[in-house]
Design a protein around this ligand. Sequence first.
Ligand code: ZN
Ligand code: FE
Length: 255
Amino acid sequence: MPLEILTIPCLQDNYAFLAHDPETGTTALVDIPEAAPILAALEDKGWSLDLILITHHHWDHVEGLDGVLAKHPAKVVGNAADKDRLPKLDVALSDGDRLSIGNETGVMFDVSGHTIGHVAFHFPAAKAVFTADSLMALGCGRVFEGTMPQMWESLSKFTTLPGDTVVYSGHEYTASNAKFALSVDPDNLALQKRAEQIDAARKTGTPTVPSILSDELATNPFLRAHTAELAAALGMQGTDPKEVFTETRTRKDNF
Ligand code: ZN
Ligand code: FE
């Protein structure tokens, strides 16, 4: 049986996720922007929390931790390489280390760029990847701590996952991401269609997260720096993907 995954809107535009293995009753939380909506979702489902996976140190991904731990003494899991800036970790993993949610085995891997030490969690059998502020729906996180080439290298790791992988990212930024994507890649028909769907979803308040990796590969400019199409759209034919990515991300910073 696959993981049951719940998307929980928190704060203004953050998302947390609960992942529940029905075979063992094990439940994991990915990020803790705010305790109240997470506690309410656990209560509603009748789940108790076993694990808390942290993607990166930013306050809007960890702020609710004490409030959740007060009710659910779960084990806190995160990147050993960033342990000095993260809340106290019970399980400190390194790039490529495995972890389990009940019978579901996954891997934590480094996707530094937005922060140094940002990680993603991939559960292949569940076809789920938790990306927070690395790969986002039709976008990517701003490069605060790493370098542009490093962010491109991190995002490239997602391009090798199966296309039907579901991408659980950290924020509802998709509508503004779509406006930017159309500005750099206006002739992309798949992008035009997706932008319309996003508009329709946001009009009814429907979350656009999670998204499907194959859609990101077809429409997300930050995953397409290696394609001839995006390079041509930017007038950068034959340019190194790292430079195409840098140009794209810089334009977004100024958009
Ligand atoms: Zn962040
Ligand atoms: Fe964030």
